[in-house]
Ligand binder design. Structure first.
Ligand code: SIN
Length: 567
């Protein structure tokens, strides 16, 4: 039973688990490992292959106060500054104090970080907004790939059940309205095929981001906002969706480039590369005390401004002074990506422009990862824990995934009910008051609308136009369209696009990564607070604001009827 569900065939199969985890990045796999270690039967559902999530693409690394002289307090200060007044200090404090040990546990799980050959100490680099070298990396610029490798191996070694190539559709609720599983569609051959259901005592969304809502993004093709859309349809509250982070330095591949674009890590600037215009002028010097290493939103805005001033489509990142050896050893992934596109960073500056990178908002959770629906958790990019505020500090996301995954696993172990309730997952998945579907042909249009109207630069006019065009697509939706992966993904993209635009329109100020050209200043008296959005059964959006910059407590919409026990 859900409030609204996607139009989909009746589930043909059902399996049971204590915990179903949707997603296989650092957040999902860490929850799965910790829950399994506590004795729970865990099923991991992932949209592509186990190692295909966003984590694999992370280059820069994982931020934690591990270095000599660094402290959680300094990490907290940098995070709060980047978050532009909207971080939850409690959530950030949790992140930075629990972070260093969480990284050590990740190392114990098998991840290998780059170390100094003489001392054996972890090598740390700098990125935008960090006043210290604080970013641990692996394989030079292949940190996410190494974390993903280690966690996938650990999940396989632990014998955790995985369902690959499966798109999650909707949340299932038990008769009391508590989250009790998901419906999903397995794309391809395997033990399960077609639409089915997983019944579970706890559901953890770790589905990653929604970068594919824009034309150009650093996110992989799987990042279509499925978790946020599922949560909205189920009645959960989402927050801060207007704060989309545009990474300043994405390899510029031409005005028509669409889909996933190669990232040029902040760490390249952290190691001393310069941002320059076509005349070689370092335009960030003097614009901020940290110049090229200012927080990401400031660098993205600096690049956009210079592009506007010079009438160009990109700027350049100049790291020629690194030399061939450093490029090959420190940034092998970026070097290979640039060369694959005919650019040699050893001999020429890299053309770069901002592209959609990270959703700072998402499904609103408390410090235990609990959403506003009892039994539904969210972790990683899909979640809004309050850690990122209006702008995520570079390399805080892998850490957030790790720290909050462990907290979720602990909460599930302490509170999940002892037995699955008596209800039929297949019937529940098929019964719902309303179903809808958007035609796959709308996907490109949604991405173009979002890029034109709600990209790095926004205004009331551009957002109103985007909202009207998205509403038009929404009124054309039909339950008659053929259900299938592309239609389900497009339906999810449309829903998250509508919420993002509604929130961006409502927030009449410029703050963090939300840049309103018509409201260029930060307005602490009116806008030092969050926007909360839910989806009504008639698919209209209910938007409200918090009283202050602090989130109110997450109150489950449903209280469990029976006391919960350890699984
Ligand atoms: C990067 O390497 O620049 C990306 C790191 C991040 O998004 O945190």
């Amino acid at each position: 039973m859900t409030g609204i569900r996607l139009h989909a065939p009746r589930p043909g199969w059902a399996v049971d688990a204590d915990v179903v985890v949707i997603g296989s990045g650092v957040a999902g796999l860490t929850v799965a490992l910790r829950c399994a270690a506590a004795g729970a039967k865990v099923t991991v559902v992932t949209k592509a292959r186990l190692d295909d999530g966003s984590t694999r693409w992370a280059q820069g690394g994982i931020a934690a106060a591990l270095g000599e002289g660094d402290t959680p307090e300094q990490h907290l200060d940098d995070t709060l500054v980047a978050g532009a007044g909207l971080c939850s200090e409690e959530a950030v404090r949790t992140l930075v104090t629990e972070g260093p040990d969480a990284v050590r546990r990740l190392i114990a799980t098998g991840a290998t970080f780059d170390t100094d050959a003489d001392t054996g100490e972890i090598l740390l680099t700098r990125e935008g907004g960090h006043h210290r070298r604080r970013i641990a990396h692996a394989g030079g610029d292949a940190t996410g790939a190494e974390i993903s490798r280690a966690l996938v191996q650990a999940v396989r070694d632990a014998g955790i059940e995985t369902v690959e190539n499966a798109l999650v559709l909707d949340l299932l609720k038990d008769p009391e309205g508590r989250a009790a599983g998901v419906s999903l569609h397995v794309m391809g051959e395997g033990r399960h095929d077609g639409v089915g259901a997983v019944r579970a005592k706890a559901v953890v969304l770790a589905t990653g981001g929604m970068g594919q809502v824009f034309s150009a993004t650093t996110n992989p093709a799987v990042s279509t906002g499925d978790g946020v859309a599922l949560a909205l349809r189920a009645g959960a509250e989402v927050s801060d969706l207007e704060f989309v982070q545009f990474h300043p330095t994405v390899l510029w591949l031409g005005p028509d480039a669409e889909g996933q674009q190669p990232l040029v890590s902040e760490a390249v600037r952290g190691e001393g590369a310069h941002l320059v215009d076509a005349d070689g002028h370092r335009f960030m010097v003097g614009a901020h005390e940290l110049a090229e290493l200012a927080p990401r939103d400031i660098v993205a805005k600096g690049i956009m401004r210079r592009m506007q001033e010079t009438g160009t489509e990109h700027m350049y990142l100049d790291g020629r002074h690194f030399g061939a050896e450093m490029w090959a050893s420190r940034f092998p992934t970026i070097l290979a990506a640039c060369r694959a596109h005919g650019i040699d960073p050893v001999t020429e500056p890299i053309p770069v422009a901002p592209a959609a990178h990270y959703a700072s908002g998402g499904v609103r959770t408390d410090l235990h990862g609990r959403s506003t629906i009892d039994g539904l958790y969210a972790c990683g990019e899909v979640a809004c824990t309050g850690v990122h505020g209006a702008n995520r500090l570079a390399s805080n996301s892998l850490l957030e995934g790790l720290v909050f995954a462990e907290r979720i696993a602990a909460d599930i172990a302490a509170t999940a009910p002892g037995a699955l309730p008596h209800w039929d997952a297949r019937t529940a998945a098929a019964e719902s008051p309303a179903t809808f579907l958007v035609a796959p042909s709308a996907r490109l249009e949604i991405q173009r609308i979002m890029t034109a109207g709600a990209g790095v630069l926004r205004s009331a006019d551009s957002l109103k136009q985007a909202a009207a065009r998205l509403e038009r697509i929404d009124t054309e939706v039909s339950a008659q369209d053929e259900p299938g992966t592309e239609a389900w993904e497009t339906t999810n993209l449309l829903l998250v696009a509508r919420v993002l635009v509604a929130a961006a329109l409502r927030r009449e100020e410029t703050r963090g990564c939300h840049w309103r050209e018509d409201r260029p200043d930060r307005d602490d008296s009116g806008w030092g607070r969050h926007l909360l959005v839910t989806l009504r059964p008639d698919r209209t959006l209910a938007v409200s604001t918090t009283e202050t910059a602090a989130f109110p407590p997450v109150s489950p919409l449903v209280t469990p009827a029976a006391p919960r026990r350890t699984p």
